[in-house]
Design a protein around this ligand. Structure first.
Ligand code: NAP
Length: 320
């Protein structure tokens, strides 16, 4: 039975990934830091699922766990995953998003040296490209991050290449924004859909947001987890842009979310608050996933409006 180890299993992607691996008969190990978690409940019970309460920053703990579990597939998803939060905690962001990934790669390298078949997937990010003027971005776009989050991801991303050079099957999925009902409310998309649901029920007056003109390439989270699995099972490790190739503004997101509850004029319901504007914000992120399509056979299944509608519907159901 193949064995997978996931850091960040309680997150949006980690929970979808665990479900997908369990459905395919894997033994799944996940690292958690909190006992109860909504997304963990969504994974469901399985005798093949083991959760390890391991502090990622405790010296040697991660290394011991990898040596003990001996995974065939190691998914590095744990992260300070919000760019906004990374400006508040740049040091912790560097530790979790950067050093922890290098420690995982080093642990995998040690297993690899014993002849064990282990493959590593790092959840890299479009934020490694920072404020690039190249659009759409490809795997060859220069890495030039402009936030602590982007810099930490860039360190881990480049380290994946370093360990690949030492013989480890290691890949980066360069993920563009991807959403689902499991996205936490500290992300603008879920903040919008949860607020729109509450506004439509008369439970909230309005929404305060930052920059409404930022353009992002939004996909469906389970599709992005599928790309990760395809990268891990590819004959060789590699770097893959995972994106839809289509970008929309926050303004477009608001249009689609409010339309779902029958509100066409939302101008009086949204105010801009400079507190929510990031110190530096790429104007547009849009990825070219041609390589993932050609080499991994990956294509996104779900379009922008459907994603927004599913999120609003889920938030309406939660209120009901
Ligand atoms: P998420 O929902 O925010 O999940 C992050 C996970 O990391 C959670 O399980 C969280 O655990 C864990 N984590 C954070 N800090 C930790 C710490 N100090 N110690 C242990 N665990 C910690 O993120 P996601 O959306 O699933 O994203 C998965 C990965 O893809 C992340 O690496 C993210 O940076 C990357 N990525 C995501 C997107 C996107 O649009 N979703 C885009 C590009 C890249 P708790 O539950 O205990 O907080």
């Amino acid at each position: 039975m193949p064995v997978a180890l996931i850091t960040g299993i309680s997150g949006q992607d980690g929970s979808y990934l665990a479900q997908s691996l369990l459905a395919d008969g894997y033994e799944v190990h996940g690292i958690v830091r909190k006992p109860a978690e909504e997304n963990l409940a969504a994974i469901g019970e399985s005798s093949r699922l083991t959760l390890h309460r391991t502090d990622l920053l405790a010296p040697g703990a991660l290394e011991d766990l990898v040596a003990d579990v001996k995974p065939n597939e190691l998914y590095s998803l744990a992260a300070v995953s919000s760019v906004f939060e990374s400006w508040r905690s740049p040091v912790q962001t560097g530790e979790i998003n950067g050093q922890v990934v290098v420690r995982l790669l080093d642990s995998a390298f040690r297993l690899h040296e014993t002849g064990h078949d282990v493959r590593v997937l790092h959840a890299s990010s479009a934020e490694v490209f920072g404020q690039t003027e190249v659009s759409p971005q490809t795997e060859n776009t220069p890495i030039r991050p402009s936030s602590p989050y982007g810099a930490s991801k860039a360190y881990a991303h480049l380290s994946v290449g370093v360990f690949r050079g030492r013989g480890v099957h290691a890949s980066n999925c360069i993920l563009y924004n991807h959403e689902s009902p499991r996205r936490p409310e500290n992300f603008v998309t879920r903040k919008i859909t949860a607020s729109v649901a509450r506004i439509s029920r008369g439970l909230q007056d309005g929404i305060e947001l930052g920059n409404l003109d930022a353009r992002r390439d939004w996909g469906w989270a389970p599709d992005y987890v599928d790309a990760m699995r395809r990268a891990v099972t590819a004959p060789r490790g590699g770097d893959y842009i995972v994106a839809t190739g289509v970008s929309h503004t926050i303004h477009d997101f608001l249009d689609a979310a409010f339309a779902r509850v029958g509100i066409t004029d939302w101008s009086g319901l949204v105010t801009q608050n400079p507190e929510f504007v990031r110190p530096v914000d790429p104007a547009e992120q849009r990825g070219d996933a041609t390589k993932a399509r050609d080499e991994l056979g990956w294509t996104p299944t779900t379009g922008f409006t459907t994603i927004v509608e599913r999120m609003v519907d889920n938030d309406l159901e939660l209120l009901a």
